[in-house]
Ligand binder design. Structure first.
Ligand code: GRF
Length: 216
């Protein structure tokens, strides 16, 4: 089912370059960003939201005694909106099972590696240290397993001899800004779903590594 003007809420913690790519794409796409929520008051992503006229809310996790308390407050905030999709775009918080269950099948994350390889942080340096020839980015549904939810799409980059963690991060970011808006528009069109812990596109289960957006 096509969602008319799918309402997307974006969670960020920092720079928000993915948020920017999503905002820019939404202008001519089938979804709109209804609100940005951020857990860091000084995040540059908040300036990006303001410049685009998108309302934002800051909720600082340090004001809460536990992860569960913070996530309950986050749920209360989100549920004040009519939200079709929650997009994590550099949101540096692990979400509690309560949050993940509450929004099952409605939360996407972007992760800078070719999942299931290199979950967690510091992916670019770890890829270099392991001597990998390929690296990339994955968009996946969020489940209780950290960076372990079903993958919807991936895009690869090649690792060159002179690459550093910074150059890899830059190359991966360029791909992120293409792949994330694309997956969001598929979701908004009703083409992507999570069913029995699997990503499904156009009623067909996707392979474990999702769709390769731009095969070489
Ligand atoms: C991206 O590399 C994304 O893969 C990861 O966090 C980073 C966010 O970057 N989850 P930005 O804030 O969107 O620039």
């Amino acid at each position: 089912m096509q969602l008319t003007h799918c309402s997307v809420l974006v969670l960020i913690s920092g720079n928000g370059s993915n948020l920017q790519a999503i905002i820019d794409d939404s202008i001519h796409s089938n979804y709109k960003v209804c609100r940005v929520i951020c857990n860091k008051a000084d995040a540059y992503g908040l300036t990006r939201a303001a410049q685009a006229g998108i309302p934002s809310t800051v909720i600082d996790h340090r004001d809460y005694g536990s992860r569960e308390d913070f996530d309950s407050a986050l749920i209360d905030l989100i549920d004040q909106e009519q939200v079709d999709l929650i997009v994590l775009a550099g949101f540096m918080r692990i979400l509690s099972p309560k949050f993940v269950k509450h929004y099952a099948g409605k939360v996407l994350n972007i992760h800078p590696s070719l999942l299931p390889a290199y979950t967690g942080t510091d992916t670019h340096q770890r890829v270099l240290d392991a001597g990998e020839k390929e690296h990339g980015v994955s968009v996946h549904f969020v489940t209780e397993e950290l960076d372990g939810g079903p993958v919807i799409a991936q895009e690869k980059i090649s690792v060159e001899k002179n690459d550093t963690a910074d150059t890899l991060a830059d190359k991966v970011h360029i791909k992120e800004h293409i792949i994330y808006p694309k997956v969001i528009s598929w979701f908004a069109a009703g083409r992507i779903k999570m069913e029995s812990n699997k990503a499904v596109m156009d009623h067909e289960p996707l392979p474990a590594t999702g769709i390769e957006v731009h095969p070489n």
